[in-house]
Design a binder for this molecule. Structure first.
Ligand code: PEP
Length: 230
């Protein structure tokens, strides 16, 4: 299973260090085949040691240059970071990242041979229209994305389940993942949206779920390690 922690705009450099110290004490007990990713805010990026991979929540598709407020490949190289989240619904919505921008970013980081966790997800009004509408919406989020890219993990994150405490149901996850797996040629597929210690077993037992992308419940090292070790 894959367990990915997205801190979003939470944690400082110091609290990330303490988090990693606490997590490292627990990760010795994780199954060898389980893989852990941590996406701290960019001010806390570093070359931490441990049984996990550090990734960036975002970066500008350039090596360096005049892109005020952004970081590029040069800043990530300093810490050996080769993993990035692309297409998260919060960036699509609050940072106005259109599918075109998301696809350009994907292509750039694919060329740099980054591991890409590519996020897709539908809003509630689409889910309410039914399964066909959901799939149509999700498939449109693959426009301009090379689904043959080997170093890609997809994260299905229904927007209405993110940060709401209300996860999608087993049936919703199961049917959506089954359909998505065909579209993405069986690439690893994570579920994201209010995953937490109380529901992790149920979610990871669903066929077609290869792991989870976790926001709120990953912010505390104890809670996240409980999920990994469950
Ligand atoms: C996310 O935003 O990637 C996420 C899954 O958040 P949460 O776990 O808080 O729903």
């Amino acid at each position: 299973m894959i367990f990915a922690a997205n801190f979003k705009t939470n944690h400082t450099r110091r609290s990330t260090e303490l988090y990693i110290e606490a997590l490292n004490k627990k990760l010795g007990a994780k199954k060898a085949e389980d893989k852990v990713y941590i996406f701290p805010p960019s001010t806390a990026l570093d070359d931490y040691e441990g049984e996990f991979t550090i990734g960036t929540q975002n970066a500008y598709p350039a090596h360096n240059g005049a892109y005020t407020g952004e970081i590029g490949v040069e800043q990530l190289d300093e810490f050996g970071i080769k993993t990035i989240l692309i297409g998260h619904s919060e960036r699509r919505e609050y940072m106005a990242e259109t599918q075109e921008k998301v696809a350009k970013k994907f292509t750039f980081f694919q060329e740099q041979e980054f591991k890409i966790i590519y996020c897709i997800g539908e809003p509630l009004k689409i889910r309410e229209k039914g399964f066909e509408a959901v799939m149509q919406y999700l498939i449109a989020q693959f426009e301009g994305i090379d689904l043959e890219y080997e170093n890609m993990i997809v994260a299905y994150e229904p927007i209405w389940a993110i940060g709401t405490g209300r996860s999608a149901t087993v049936e919703e996850i199961s049917t959506t993942h089954r359909a998505l797996k065909k579209v993405i040629n069986n690439k690893p597929l994570l579920y994201g949206g209010s995953a937490k210690p109380a529901n992790i077993k149920e979610i990871t037992s669903i066929a077609g779920v290869d792991g989870v992308l976790v926001g709120s419940a990953s912010l505390d090292a104890e809670s996240f390690s409980q999920m990994i070790l469950s």
